[in-house]
Ligand binder design. Sequence first.
Ligand SMILES: [Zn+2]
Length: 197
Amino acid sequence: MYNNYKKARNMSWEVLLKCGIRELPVDLNAIANFYGIKISLYSDTNLTQLFKEDVLAGDGFIISNNGEKQIYLNNKINNQNRRRFTVAHELGHGILNHNILIVHYRNSEIDSETDLQELEANVFARDLTMPATVLAALNIHRPDEIMKLCNISKKSAEIRAKRMALLYERNVFNTHPIEREVRKQFDDFIKKKRYLL
Ligand SMILES: [Zn+2]
């Protein structure tokens, strides 16, 4: 399980670096474009004819269409921050090369202990949208601060804040060279926020 966590976390750092993400909130569209993953809304498609109701009731899903990866987003769910987490989660499935020939639609923000692909996608989504090294540099602790800075849902921000408390306690930021690179890439953003420039 720790290996799944580490794999997803490291991939989130690599994606932030490769896509040149330098500020929060993270531009998920730029990341999707970089990996050639298309994003469509349910309402723009004829999905209702193709998928069962229980699939369509979820937040969204990713499938592989003739080798092209495509995220479908349920736009009946109007909370923008929740949608952002869904996109980050589905990007996780796509970028971590999960088996997406079967539709994964149980899109919970809460970790499953039995489905490791779901766990990885959630860890990836959190670390991508709320990078610990950046939050720590800005001394961010509270869920409401995280929500505002990262445009993320309350539920995800709360899970993140809990994890951050543990990391602050152990003071384990920037111990990994890739994480230090991410920290560096956000330098200007951190300065701007810290000194309100
Ligand atoms: Zn999933």
